[in-house]
Design a protein around this ligand. Structure first.
Ligand code: BEZ
Ligand code: FE
Length: 294
């Protein structure tokens, strides 16, 4: 009987140990910790589901398609992280307790840098459509003191469900803007009432959702990133309390504290801002930032 010589790493456990040990000399302790834990968990996952060669080949094809579909305007890797709940897990790990500060949520794939700077209560809509929404409030610290000069980077979709980066008909700055809080912490901008929309589902993430019979919808929301020197960067949403899908967001990003009423107002309401003609909505939304720890 012939015996087949087995290499030192032929048994599953030996392969895992050898792969982990190959990073023992990594000089960066955090990188070493992350890669070694990644190998341990990936190997445990493959063993748990008894991953076949065909399945692994298909997974590589999916990753390859994810790379091919990703460009400056489309970020399928972020979408995987969002649709698998990983973005919200990282959010929860990074912000274990809000301690009175406004809660954070996903960034999503549609933020782009260098939104135009706009003045107090200006509109971010550069073309028509939708019900205007005046969003106003104050930026405060955790003791209720106003924060002046905070930057609020705002982006949202239009009544066609699309963000400017997805909408080739829309001006690049449409429904995007950077605003600054005044001395008393107050800020205001005019957007449009957002609508529920589907996350991009014509790529590999969409194929996964369909295979799993999951829907691709997100409830209506407006995005903002708020920054101020000495305070933690806040990435958050304002969700419309009247929206569908608040209980089944495709990316698990709804937090109860971020839901606001979009109160209907008549065209002749005394508070109607100059940039609005016709009916509109008012959203009151204070923002509380956490101080950076020393
Ligand atoms: C968004 O809200 O823009 C978004 C978040 C996650 C995935 C897709 C879109
Ligand atoms: Fe969004």
């Amino acid at each position: 009987m012939t015996t087949i010589a087995r290499g030192p790493s032929s048994a599953a456990a030996e392969i895992t140990s050898a792969a982990i040990a190959s990073f023992d000399g990594c000089p960066d302790p955090r990188l070493r910790q992350i890669v070694q834990a990644l190998i341990r968990h990936l190997h445990a996952f493959a063993s748990e589901v008894q991953l076949t060669e065909d399945e692994w080949t298909r997974a590589i094809e999916i990753l390859t398609r994810t790379g091919h579909i990703t460009d400056d305007r489309r970020q399928e890797f972020i979408l995987w992280s969002d649709a698998l709940g990983l973005s919200m897990l990282v959010d929860a790990l990074s912000h274990p307790s809000a301690n009175g500060a406004t809660e954070s949520t996903v960034l999503g794939p549609f933020w782009t840098p260098n939104a135009p700077r706009r003045g107090y209560a200006e509109s971010i809509a550069e073309s028509g459509g939708g019900t205007p929404a005046l969003v106003r409030g104050r930026v405060l610290d955790q003791d209720g003191r106003p924060i002046a000069g905070a930057e609020l980077d705002i982006w949202q979709n239009g009544d066609n469900g699309l963000y400017a980066v997805q909408d080739h008909e829309a001006p690049e700055a449409h429904l995007r803007g950077r605003f600054y809080s005044r001395d008393d912490g107050s800020y205001a901008f005019v957007g449009v009432r957002p609508v529920p929309y589907t996350i991009p589902h014509d790529g590999p993430v969409g194929a996964m959702l369909e295979a799993a019979r999951r829907h691709p919808w997100r409830p209506a929301h407006i995005h903002m990133i708020v920054t101020a020197p000495g305070y933690q960067r806040l990435q958050t949403h304002i969700f419309d309390s009247a929206s569908d899908y608040l209980d089944s967001d495709a990316v698990f990003a709804v937090k109860r504290s971020l839901i606001r009423e979009f109160e209907p107002r008549a065209a002749d309401d005394p508070e109607t801002p100059p940039s609005i003609n016709g009916r509109w909505c008012l959203v009151e939304n204070d923002i509380v930032l956490s101080r950076l720890s020393e």
